[in-house]
Design a protein around this ligand. Structure first.
Ligand code: PMP
Length: 315
């Protein structure tokens, strides 16, 4: 896919190839940055692009910056305005988007450097992937999820993602699509970049927020939607590894993974090895909420082109 025309760097719209950071910055050297991945959903009938749960992502980005003790906090308002400006500048219409908003330490020095803080935003077209629809296989990783008192996954810090990288490359090398982490207590945690749900006897179950996971916005969305769609209260609790083999259905969820069926774990089929009925219903309902075709939960969608934002597309 061709590169977008523009990126946004430190508040300015710049040509894609000019969006560079210095090699001596802490952001580059130590991954001293925090980020949010978001999605834009195109609705062809409304001719509108909706950013999904922008406010919640921006709240988390502010939290991550505070947690990492950045000198300066780039506010939700600024990042929202700059993101809308960038989508408009690229005139993205007709396809779903993946957006990365990164607040990073542009200052030079060691890992303790706390500023200045820069803002980098990229937006790229990203159609829904086949694996989201068709499902994936997963390996219970021999890599442990980093514990909260070492490198908290609750904080969306760039450097954390090398834990997920190790598990992903191992899983792929071993012939799986992705990985499931256990945490330092040996309980199921999450995937490298997504949360995990399983269904047992009609009840969706997911590891609690004290399982060394990111407090995922899609997880919250799904927890709410499960009650709406099935009239069943989902359960948040510790999940044992052995329960994975007892699950009738399983799925991952996250901004990039949306609702993705898990077909097998460690080469054992989940259910009959195809997308489960509750997962399928939930997936359809989720897609319809994201692009607005369900007409429900307007509060979760920020329209880009009908927005009151005064920002103008750059020529
Ligand atoms: N866990 C991790 C480690 C992630 O990186 C992500 C993606 N942001 C998720 C879970 C899912 O979170 P969200 O639904 O907020 O995208």
């Amino acid at each position: 896919m061709a590169s977008p025309k523009y990126a946004s760097l430190d508040g300015e719209i710049v040509a894609w190839n000019d969006a560079r950071v210095h090699i001596a910055s802490a952001g580059f050297k130590f991954g001293t940055g925090v980020f949010e991945g978001l999605r834009g959903y195109w609705n062809a009938d409304a001719k509108e692009m909706y950013l999904f749960r922008m406010a919640e992502h921006m709240k988390r980005l502010e939290f991550s910056q505070r947690f990492m003790r950045f000198d300066e906090i780039i506010t939700a308002e600024t990042v929202t305005e700059k993101t809308i400006e960038l989508v408009q500048a690229n005139s993205f219409k007709g396809e779903n988007l993946h957006i990365m908003t990164t607040a990073y330490v542009s200052g030079m020095g060691g890992p303790g450097v706390c500023g200045p803080v820069g803002l980098a935003i990229t937006v790229q077209e990203r159609p829904r992937s086949d694996r989201v629809i068709g499902g994936v296989t997963a390996q219970v990783s021999s890599w442990m999820r980093v514990p909260d008192n070492a490198m908290p996954m609750r904080v969306k810090c760039n450097a954390n993602y090398n834990n997920g990288r190790l598990a992903t490359v191992q899983a792929v090398a071993d012939g799986y699509d992705t990985a499931i982490f256990l945490n330092s207590r040996g309980k199921v945690s999450e995937g490298p970049g997504m949360c995990f749900f399983m269904v047992r006897d009609g009840v969706p179950i997911t590891p609690s927020v004290t399982s060394d996971i990111l407090e995922s916005i899609t997880r919250e969305t799904v927890l709410e939607m499960i009650e709406e769609v099935f009239g069943v209260k989902p359960v948040e609790r510790d999940v044992d590894r052995s329960e994975l083999m007892a699950a009738d259905e399983a799925f991952f969820c996250g901004t990039a993974w949306e609702v993705t069926p898990v077909l097998g774990i460690d080469r054992v089929n989940i259910g009959d090895g195809a997308i489960g009925p509750m997962t399928k219903r939930l997936q359809d309902a989720f897609f319809a909420v994201c692009d607005g075709s369900s007409g429900t939960h307007a509060e979760w969608r920020l329209p880009i082109y009908g927005t009151a934002a005064t920002v103008k597309a750059a020529e």
